[in-house]
Design a protein around this ligand. Structure first.
Ligand code: R5P
Length: 306
């Protein structure tokens, strides 16, 4: 087996290869042509091998890189291509909200899986996302990774910023044996939200509260949630999520109203302290019968454009 790290997920890919017992790990060569087009080249022989490509879809260019890597690995003779997409971009457009819109999640899923034999991802945005895949899909959860860190600190109450996160916060609450609540969220536009405390919610005065979301994007949801909890007397607020996009100044705005903020490593960011590598490796280990011991893959070689 080989693990290849796309440029959006190099660190996580290496962690996965280590979790698998140091299976061969490689970083494909990557450059831009003068016209801006991307060039990739994979090193080593993949003849009859299981190859794991790890690439989050954070930016549009990550998608092009993934398509090229899938094709390169197939051309190099791989037997089975596992495409690990830790953060599946575009998954929040999981339905047609207005006439004329695409179901972006489906559009991406169909194309990503074209050259893949199986897809592994982490915390898809919704149940609708799961239905858009035609090939085998495995979904890991960010909950165990975040839970491993939360176990080491005092937690009195787990809070989901909205009803959509109830399953997630309930799962974490079961894992840690702590109470949970969900706030009411009203979205004004893509950057602004209003948050309301549930009328039957517990008194948060003096409590250590953890806000748990699947994605932190503009930070609007977490900032308003933290302000609400603070105004009700919460003593300490930790904000955490699976996918930390932290757009623009989101990170600074969140830090200003919380005591700590961290995410998993599905997206590379300055606070990716909870690794999902063990959880992704567990799926691969379970699904692939193989010997995991190996040597480092041959380094990729630059080539001229054909
Ligand atoms: C919404 O359904 C999601 O679970 C997140 O709460 C949302 O995407 C976060 O976005 P932002 O950080 O821009 O408020």
């Amino acid at each position: 087996m080989h693990v290849l790290g796309g440029s959006a997920s190099t660190t996580l890919a290496e962690r996965i290869s280590r979790e698998l017992g140091n299976v061969p790990f490689g970083i494909p060569f990557r450059k831009r042509f003068p016209d801006g087009e991307l060039y990739v080249r994979v090193g080593g022989s993949f003849e009859d091998q299981d190859v794991v490509i790890v690439q989050s879809l954070r930016a549009d260019s990550d998608l092009i890189e993934l398509f090229l890597l899938e094709d390169a690995v197939r051309e190099a003779g791989a037997r089975h291509i596992w495409v690990v997409v830790p953060y599946f971009g575009y998954s929040r457009q999981d339905r047609r909200f207005f006439p004329g819109e695409p179901v972006s999640a489906r559009a991406l899923a169909r194309r990503v899986e074209t050259d893949a034999d199986a897809i592994i991802t982490v915390d898809l945005h919704s149940d609708l996302n799961r239905g858009v895949f035609r090939k085998t899909l495995f979904e890991a959860s960010g909950i165990p990774a975040i839970g491993r860190l939360l176990r080491e600190r005092p937690v009195d109450l787990l809070v989901s910023p909205d009803k959509g996160g109830v399953d997630r916060v309930r799962r974490m609450a079961e894992l840690l044996g702590k109470p949970w609540i969900a706030l009411e969220k009203k979205r004004i536009d893509s950057e602004r939200v209003e948050l309301y405390y549930p009328p039957t919610g517990p008194d948060v005065r003096g409590k250590q509260v953890v806000l748990l979301d699947d994605v932190i994007s503009t930070g609007g949801t977490i900032v308003e949630s933290a302000k609400l909890l603070r105004s009700r007397g919460a003593e300490a607020i930790t904000a955490t999520c699976t996918h930390g996009l932290f757009l623009k100044d989101a990170f600074e705005r969140i830090k200003a109203v919380t005591d700590d903020v961290f995410a998993t490593d599905t997206v590379e960011n300055p606070v990716e302290r909870a690794s999902v590598a063990p959880d992704i490796a567990a799926i691969l280990r379970r699904e692939i019968a193989h010997e995991t011991k190996g040597t480092a893959a041959a380094p990729p070689v630059e080539a001229a454009r054909p």
